[in-house]
Design a protein around this ligand. Sequence first.
Ligand code: DP6
Length: 352
Amino acid sequence: MTTQDFIGKENFTIHTQTVTESCPSNIALIKYWGKYAGQIPANPSISYTLNHCKTNTSMEFTANEPFSVRTFLAGNEEVKFAEKIEKYFRNIEQYLPWILKGKYIIRTENTFPHSSGIASSASGFGAIAKCLMALDASFTEKTSEEESLRKASFLARLGSGSACRSLYNGLVVWGKTDEVAESSDLFGVQYPDAEIHEVFKNFNDWVLLIHEGQKSVSSTVGHGLMNTNPYAERRFREARENFVPMKEILKNGDMESFIKLVEHEALTLHAMMMMSDPAFILMKTGTLEVINKIWDFRRETGLPLFFTLDAGANVHLLFPCNGSEEQMKAFIEAELLQHTQKNGVVKDVMRF
Ligand code: DP6
């Protein structure tokens, strides 16, 4: 499919309407870090969609009013966010030709703490794209559920790259790779269920809130710094290559190799930040303390507790729901929680 396939039809009938949608966040296992013009990823990525961390959004569209956007986050008006959305809507007009023909009031709420540092752009843009497709469904000719979801993923990507993976449950791939049929740079696709070992279909993700608050460098700026990073091309190639073992691992349930690959991806992401010009470091002391404690714990117990990182200081603790998690949970509570700012942990799960 090409961008042309998403161009919107000119025959539509608009009317005033409010729609409400919800979209979860996701956590990447093979990371997207670096992009080309038009939100095209420099390498393919794969993520788990979370079950509890979500954004709930209501979009009130008043037809035939001058175009304007107001946004409210947890009841508080957010002018900066409204400006961003306004720009985003103008940018996607060719895909939804009715989009500038009215005014919007958008109210969003996250089920996770706002200042937690958990990325809300993925769930946020995912929910907005779903709202737009719900409006589109009532203004234009009916399309299939599958097509509508794909277009929501396509539109979400144009808001925030990683958001396009949040439209689907389970494991989701974004970016063209020969290892995954139907994969595309333009939207996310669900990783084939038959190719996933049972052990990966029921996983915990406990997010340790090491540092709450604003990050020093945004993801968008971080992606941009890959343009001049001398290691960028090697990194993009490595991420592409990592799909080969990942596919094998997901099929045969090789937990040890999964842990090694996922942790390597997380550390590579942060290594890229350190090798950018200007360099930046988003990990905090607590991040490193937790990583070292996890490694010691694994050496001593052999239990499958491991980590991944977002573009921030928080640590995502990953461990399978296998009926023998008590020792890992007890260790987290006793040893790792002390490295968070306010005993902050968000307990999520990936179950599909
Ligand atoms: C480290 O999707 O937030 O989480 O496309 O500029 O909005 P923009 O960036 P964003 O980048 C996410 C980067 C990451 C890795 C990942 O989710 O794959």
